[in-house]
Every structure is written in structure tokens, then in C-alpha cells.
Design a protein around this ligand. Structure first.
Ligand code: FAD
Ligand code: NAP
Length: 533
């Protein structure tokens, strides 16, 4: 460590889509900015999640940057939903195109960031290299980047290989002819299980909660469709920003309640959207996430599809979810339910027969032992707050962020935290974030932060900090909006329910357009709710 850390105008933690665009904007404003990234390359989610079958579930023409027209005109996606290798290539292309790598310190994990009251700056320390100091600290650490492997007794004694989908080996894994167990049936499990089944000699799926999944209907992207979008790309981007989820405007939500439609009409709507594939299924009617009876019509439709595909009625019943559809993030799959018709694939329902432990040769449940050569943990992430909590972030008076958030994350707009001056969180809790097309939310936050920093500099301010009152009012607002929906009714990662001991609070804010309007108004009002020093 040097005695006086090198000063930067802005330090950005993370080089996923958020950190990359933040660096580009910061440089464009003439700031001296540095990105610190734990991985050895750019791309964040798409750098780490290299499991078989990984791909986006928002269509690629929408799940991509919009900030540079030449970029969006020139880049060509090969599939409707691009796979992880292609999305990573895109991130690498963006890094090269805008010369971002020169501003990124790779292979370096930030361990601590302390606010220095006297200097009015952040001191940032990492597991490698010298400490640096920053006037503005931007956390682009990702909402789904802190991988979680459950503490199952005996795991350390397993003689085979273990993998987490979110930390998949870069050199790939050959599962040909091996007996594989997959724990977890969220999006990562549902994407990887059909592909692993192609290779493995035997596949045992350990399911705790069945998930709802809708077919992706993935395939080569029709060049004519791509061309039509590119002819007026701005129109699609603008229309998407008016959608609650910031994508899907080409198949808008039907502006009617599910129970207002008669039975035939309702079924036809579900069938049409099931055939089209993807998330637009949840836009069949406008009350699916508001009214339990409306939701049940969509849930039962999917359960009917499961019964239609899965040949063994007992397996079909185990795969049929009972929670509200959409309460946990909807999954989008390719051949998931069909995989359970294959003779070498079996399903263990952990609600009936829980795991007792991992042994040197496999996984033991209350019903018996499964001999395995490899275990895949598709067990998810400590979402939204995990990556921040793993850093020792201390604001005014040495208060630790993880203590300030012990009862759940408190932010103002999901962008700032009272007591933590000049700290910004991209897609932080309290913003629409993971309920949206994340690239839209990322661009929105980066643009807002850039404008805010420009405003501070233009007016000679050195600090900005959310006021406590504005923050608490915002938290109450987020809770009240979530309380109007069916989101809080199940054990989802949106609530932190997947992390033992984590306080249960619904973390994101439903509804992108209203939120974006609020952020614009806050800025127009001279950063109302923030104290400028
Ligand atoms: P990330 O991509 O997570 O990047 C954060 C970076 O910060 C990481 O590289 C990490 O290494 C780094 N970092 C974290 N902590 C530290 C530290 N202490 N020190 C240094 N570096 C650190 N969203 C969608 O909208 N559509 C999709 O189709 C979609 N598909 C997804 C598929 C998967 C498998 C997963 C896991 C998520 C998906 N998401 C999707 C969400 C996805 O995370 C976002 O779309 C987006 O990629 C997030 O970008 P980010 O830059 O905010 O975060
Ligand atoms: P996840 O949705 O949290 O799913 C984790 C799974 O592991 C769940 O089925 C969970 O069961 C199970 N699990 C966790 N701990 C367990 C334990 N101790 N014993 C048994 N089972 C356990 O995580 P994910 O699948 O990685 O997805 C996270 C998010 O990343 C997604 O919701 C999505 O936003 C994003 N993602 C997107 C895509 C895509 O399609 N583009 C792909 C992957 C990820 P419970 O449900 O019972 O907790």
C-alpha cells in the first residue's frame, strides 16, 4: 500500500454492462475514472455464467446497449435469444470499440471502501494492487453476481467434481458419460438441465420448488426482422422504455383483466403467447400479478401444459408449481419439461424427500442414495445486496453499509444511501432493476449518475448524499407498491428468501416508466431529496 492513494474522480467497481458504460460516460465527461473488476475480463454475468445452455431471456435485439447508434446498427445477433458466448463476444467488442480495457484493473477484487470525512473522498482497497482514492464511488457490482452454494453437510467429502452455474470453469466441462446431479430448478437449472441431459449417462434433478417455465422458441434471428428493427431502432427502444418491464413492446400487455375475458378468449390468448414464447406470456392480461384468481388461470394453463408434455403423471405432478406464477422470476426454456421423458433423467422432490447430506460418492436423501460423478449447484445468488455486503463499505462515522442494511436495504431511488456521500449504486435495491430488461435500467442509471456528477461539478459541489427523510419515504413507497402486487407471496430471491438469515424485504420496485419520470423530476428539482455540499 502506498501512503497516499492515487486520486481518481470516479472509481467504478465491476466491469459488466453497467461498469463498462459508466466508464465510457465518465471518460466522455472528462473524468479521470478507473474500473476495478474481480474477473480477468469484461462482461460480468456473461463472463462468469458459462454453464451449458446459458442465454438471455430478453430478446437480443432488446437486450443490448442503445447508447450508440453505430454500435446497434453494426452488431448482428445470430439468434432470437443469444447464447452466453455470443453475449460475451458482444461485451468484448464494446470494450474494444470504446477502448475500455485501458481503464480497467482486472483480476482485482475490491475488499473495502471507506469514506474519509476530512478529504471528502472514498479510499478503496482491493486484494491486489495499491489503494486508490475516489471523489465518486460507483458500485456496478451486479445484482446477480454473488453466487450462493448452500451449506450441505458432507459437501467437502464429495470425491467427484462440483460446479456452480455462476462460476462455471472457462475451459468448459465434459460431462459425457458421467452421472450428474443438478441441485436447483430456477432459470440456471432450467436452462442447463436439457443440455446436460444430452451428455450425461444419468441425470438426477434435485428440485425444492418447481418453477414455471415458458418455451423460448429460440432460433436463428430472422434477418428481415432485424433489418426492420434497425430501420427505426429508436422507435423500439422508446416503446420499450414505456413498458413496465422496459421490454416486450412489440407484443404489448392486453389491457384487460383475465377474468373479464370469457373462457375461450382467455385460453386463446394464453395459447397464442405460449406459441410465440418468452416473457410476453405474463402480459396476457393486466392483472396477472395483482389478482390471485386471475393469476391462477395462467398458472393452471401452464400446469396443463406440463401434464400434456410429461408422460409420467407422477413426475408431471411433482413438476407442477403451486405458487403464484411470476412471483418468482418466470423461466424461459428450451425443452425443459420434455427432458423428463428421457429414460436416464429422474426427478427428486426435496419437499417429499429432503437431502440429508453429500457423501464421498453422491447425494443422500431421506429416500436413499444417488451415486454421482459430478454435482452442479444451480442454486442462485445472494441477489441485489450480496455483492455490496461482501465489501466492507463504511460511510460517515465509520458506519458499515451491511449494518445500515441489516433490516433490509434502504436507498433513495436505488441510487443513493443516506450516510454514504458520493456513493452511487447502479440498479440498486429500491429501483426497477431485476424486474426489467437490465440493460435499459443500467443505461438509465448511468445516464442519471453522469448528469448528476456533471451538475455537481458545474455548480461547484463536492458532495451529494441522500437525505434520511427522502430515503425512508422512498422505502415506504417501494414497500407500498410491492404490497399491491402478488410478488411478496412466495419465497423468492427478490425478497432475499433464498439466503438463510437474510431479512425478507421486497427489494426491487415494479414499474420502469413511472420510476424514470420520478428520477427525471428529482434531477429537474435540483436533486430534491439529496443534500448537496
Ligand atoms: P454484472 O454483469 O453482474 O457485473 C458485475 C461485475 O462486478 C462482475 O464482473 C463482478 O466480478 C464484479 N464485482 C462484483 N463485486 C466485485 C468486487 N468486490 N470487486 C471487483 N469486482 C467486483 N438480465 C436481463 O435483463 N435479461 C436477461 O436475459 C438476463 N439473463 C441473465 C442470465 C444469467 C445467467 C444471469 C445470472 C443474469 C441474467 N440477467 C439478465 C441479469 C444480468 O445480471 C444483467 O442483465 C446484467 O448483465 C448485469 O450487468 P451488471 O454490470 O449490472 O452486473
Ligand atoms: P434461482 O432462481 O435463485 O434458483 C435457485 C434454485 O436453487 C431454486 O430452485 C432453489 O430452490 C434452489 N436451491 C437453492 N438453495 C437450495 C438448497 N439448499 N437445496 C435445494 N435447492 C436449493 O437462481 P438462478 O437459477 O441462478 O437464477 C437467478 C436469476 O438469474 C434468475 O431469476 C434470472 O433473473 C437470472 N437468470 C436468467 C437466466 C436467463 O434465462 N436468461 C438464466 C439464469 C439466471 P427454491 O426455489 O426452493 O429456493
Amino acid at each position: 500500500m502506498t501512503e497516499s492513494p492515487r486520486p481518481f474522480d470516479m472509481v467504478i467497481v465491476g466491469a459488466g454492462f453497467a461498469g463498462m458504460y459508466m466508464l465510457h460516460r465518465a471518460r466522455g465527461m472528462g473524468l479521470d475514472a478507473l474500473v476495478i473488476e474481480a474477473g480477468t475480463g469484461v462482461g460480468g454475468t456473461w463472463f462468469w455464467n458459462r454453464y451449458p445452455g446459458a442465454r438471455c431471456d430478453v430478446e437480443s435485439m432488446e437486450y443490448s446497449y442503445s447508447f450508440d447508434d453505430d454500435l446497434q446498427q453494426e452488431w448482428e445477433w445470430s439468434e432470437r435469444y443469444a447464447g452466453q458466448p455470443e453475449i460475451l463476444r458482444y461485451a468484448e467488442h464494446v470494450a474494444d470499440r470504446f477502448d475500455l480495457r485501458s481503464g480497467i484493473r482486472f483480476d482485482t477484487r475490491v475488499t473495502a471502501a471507506h469514506w474519509d470525512e476530512g478529504a471528502g473522498r472514498w479510499t478503496v482497497r482491493a486484494d491486489a494492487g495499491d489503494a486508490v482514492s475516489a471523489q465518486h464511488l460507483v458500485m456496478a457490482t451486479g445484482c446477480l453476481s454473488a453466487a450462493m452454494t448452500p451449506a450441505i453437510p458432507g459437501a467437502e467429502r464429495f470425491a467427484g467434481d462440483t460446479f456452480h452455474t455462476g462460476r462455471w470453469p472457462h475451459e468448459g466441462v465434459d460431462l459425457t458419460g458421467r452421472r450428474v446431479g443438478v441441485i436447483g430448478t430456477g432459470s440456471s437449472g432450467i436452462q442447463s438441465i436439457p443440455v446436460i441431459a444430452e451428455e450425461a449417462s444419468e441425470l438426477v434433478v434435485f428440485q425444492r420448488t418447481p418453477a414455471y417455465t415458458v418455451p423460448a422458441r429460440n432460433g436463428p434471428l430472422d434477418p428481415a426482422e432485424a433489418e426492420a428493427i434497425k430501420a427505426d431502432y429508436g422507435k423500439l427502444r422508446a416503446a420499450d422504455r414505456l413498458m413496465p418491464t422496459a421490454f416486450g413492446s412489440r407484443v404489448p400487455r392486453r389491457d384487460e383483466g383475465a377474468l373479464q375475458a370469457d373462457d375461450d378468449d382467455r385460453l386463446a390468448e394464453y395459447e397464442a403467447r405460449w406459441d410465440r414464447g418468452g416473457f410476453t406470456f405474463l402480459g396476457s392480461f393486466n392483472d396477472l400479478l395483482l389478482d390471485p384468481a386471475a393469476n391462477e388461470t395462467a398458472a393452471e394453463f401452464v400446469r396443463g401444459k406440463i401434464r400434456g408434455v410429461v408422460q409420467d403423471p407422477e413426475v408431471a405432478e411433482r413438476l407442477a408449481p403451486s405458487q403464484v406464477i411470476g412471483c418468482k422470476r418466470l423461466c424461459i426454456d428450451t425443452g425443459y419439461y420434455e427432458t423428463f421423458n428421457r429414460p436416464h433423467v429422474s426427478l427428486v422432490d426435496l419437499r417429499e424427500t429432503p437431502i440429508e447430506g453429500i457423501t464421498p460418492t453422491g447425494i443422500g436423501t431421506t429416500a436413499g442414495h444417488h451415486d454421482l460423478d459430478a454435482i452442479v449447484f444451480a442454486t442462485g445468488f445472494d441477489a441485489m445486496t450480496g455483492a455490496l455486503a461482501r465489501i466492507d463499505i463504511r460511510g460517515r462515522d465509520g458506519v458499515a453499509l451491511r449494518d445500515a442494511w441489516a433490516a433490509g436495504p434502504h436507498t433513495y431511488l436505488g441510487l443513493g444511501v443516506s450516510g454514504f456521500p458520493n456513493l452511487f449504486t447502479i440498479t440498486g435495491p429500491g429501483s426497477p432493476s431485476v424486474l426489467t430488461n437490465m440493460i435499459v435500467s443500467i443505461e438509465h442509471h448511468v445516464d442519471w449518475i453522469s448528469d448528476c456528477v456533471a451538475h455537481l461539478r458545474a455548480h461547484g459541489h463536492r458532495t451529494i448524499e441522500a437525505t434520511f427523510d427522502a430515503q425512508e419515504e422512498w422505502v415506504d413507497f417501494v414497500n407500498s407498491v410491492a404490497g399491491l402486487t402478488l410478488f411478496p407471496t412466495c419465497n423468492s430471491w427478490y425478497l432475499g428468501a433464498n439466503v438463510p438469515g437474510k431479512t425478507r424485504v421486497f427489494m426491487p420496485l415494479p414499474g420502469f416508466p413511472t420510476y424514470a419520470e420520478t428520477c427525471a423530476q428529482v434531477a429537474a428539482d435540483g436533486y430534491r431529496g439529496f443534500a448537496l455540499g
